[in-house]
Write a protein that binds this ligand. Structure first.
Ligand code: GDD
Length: 440
């Protein structure tokens, strides 16, 4: 059991800070080849960087005034993004704090606790940057108040066979209390999974992390964590509290959440809305579709109005040039300065900036990298991802292949060439038909 003080929770105007966990360059390797040219959190889906979608949701929470991006990318990586976002969300102070090394999902929070606790926020929102959802933060806040919670986690139901790829939550369906939490269990315990979005009482989470650090001194060697990207921990228990404090690599999921479940004040808000992880490069395609559909439902003026050649939802950057005879959509994002020729057909795809799709080419279930060229009558296609699936690979003729076709930066597909279920690294020229291949 955690020794967590009770809160005086009568102040409903309590301030909230938000942290977005952006990771670093050694993570997101499954996002290659796209992450070779842009850090994953800045990759654009539905016309905006992935973290912009998180930030937009946080900006809607009335008492949030400060958002801290925590990661271990170079300081310069988020500079322009923060500059632009600060103009768009003038009520928010947005800053980036860099971990000197990968500290894990709780290690960074603890390392920067003084900065996070500055101004004495009572609540802390923590968002994994690599998830795509409607971020029902208002509902999470309400549950938090209603239950006088010390933590609320966002959960969603997935199929039984994929649940063990995530953190699994066993809860009381009536009270919504989290009874048990296991990160990526070996066998099935629940299909209610952790969406990577949390709301904590600040006076509970930091003592909980501190207790976890202290507890580790009594544990034997702890060498690796079951992270999907296999974050390695070099922690070796020494029995010395000070050494344990110095070794800061800590995972929220493994080291903290299961203990919070013992505290009786840990609750789950189950979203019925969409939720996906953005792990592989191909997973940007369903994320793009889901965010576009959300924007369409909200009648966003950013989207292109439906017409005979625009099947909504479609986002076209104002600097792109699309021939009026090209047919686009649904679920298409066209980046800056893209040129789409006459009679082209694009569906369920992302076309990145400065690319040319020549006349009568067809692009479906694909991502076309920056400054690429798809020749006339060429066909670049992937396979649709089944609705509700959390995987972007499929088995074709007995082999596991990418469902989504991805062309890296500055690739060229020749006229009339057909590219199917392929991943193509940057700067490649495809002159012949290719299928189910990784082109290096
Ligand atoms: N700042 C920082 N430092 N961020 C990190 C670090 C770190 O050392 N390690 C991971 N992150 C960020 C990643 O960039 C990502 O946004 C998030 O934390 C979680 O990444 P992973 O550690 O790879 O976890 P996961 O995605 O396999 O699983 C987590 O998310 C799932 C939902 O997407 C867990 O929370 C699961 O329980 C959950 O189901």
């Amino acid at each position: 059991m955690l020794n967590i003080p009770m809160r005086d929770n009568h102040n409903t105007q309590a301030s909230t800070k938000a942290v977005i966990l952006v990771g670093g360059p050694s993570r997101g390797t499954r996002f290659r080849p796209l992450s070779l040219d842009v850090p994953k959190p800045l990759f654009e889906v539905a016309g905006h960087p992935i973290i912009h979608h998180c930030l937009k949701a946080v900006a809607k929470v009335p008492d949030v005034r400060e958002v801290i991006l925590v990661g271990y990318y170079d300081e310069s990586v988020f500079r322009d993004f923060i500059k632009d976002a600060s103009k768009e969300f003038p009520q928010l102070r947005i800053l980036y704090l860099r971990e000197y090394t990968a500290l894990g999902t709780a290690g960074g929070l603890y390392h920067f606790r003084d900065a996070i606790l500055k101004g004495k926020p009572e609540r802390l929102l923590v968002l994994n940057a690599d998830v795509c959802c409607s971020f029902p933060l208002g509902e999470m806040m309400r549950l938090f108040e209603e239950k006088d919670a010390e933590a609320v986690i966002l959960g969603t139901r997935v199929s039984n066979d994929t649940a063990t790829n995530f953190g699994c939550i066993v809860s009381d369906s009536h009270t919504k209390r989290v009874l048990h939490y296991v990160e990526k269990p070996e066998s099935h315990i629940s299909n209610l999974i952790n969406c990577g979005v949390y709301l904590f009482a600040t006076e509970c989470i930091f003592p909980a992390i501190r207790s976890a650090i202290k507890r580790r001194t009594t544990r034997p060697r702890l060498l690796s964590y079951p992270s999907s990207d296999n974050l390695e921990s070099s922690f070796i228990a020494t029995g010395d509290d000070e050494d344990a404090e110095k070794n800061e690599v800590l995972r929220l999921e493994q080291d903290i959440l299961s203990d919070l479940a013992d505290s009786n004040r840990f609750f789950v808000h189950e979203t019925k809305d969409f939720w996906r992880q953005i792990k592989t490069a191909g997973s940007a395609v369903p994320a793009n579709a889901l965010y576009l559909q959300k924007a369409f439902q909200a009648e966003s003026p950013e989207l292109t109005p439906p017409s005979a050649t625009i099947v909504p939802p479609v986002y076209i950057h104002p600097t792109a040039s699309v021939d009026p005879t090209a047919k686009l959509g649904p679920n298409v994002s066209i980046g800056p300065r893209v040129v789409v020729g006459a009679g082209a057909r694009i569906k369920d795809s992302i076309v990145l900036e400065d690319t040319e799709i020549r006349h009568d080419a067809c692009v479906m279930h694909s991502i076309i990298g920056w400054s690429s060229r798809v020749g006339a009558w060429a066909r670049v296609e992937g396979t649709p991802i089944p609705v509700g699936s959390h995987s972007t690979s499929i088995v074709k003729q007995g082999i596991k292949v990418q469902s989504i076709t991805i062309l890296g930066k500055e690739c060229a597909v020749g006229d009339e060439v057909r590219v199917q279920n392929c991943v193509c690294l940057p700067y490649k020229e495809l002159k012949r038909d290719v299928c189910n291949e990784v082109i290096m």
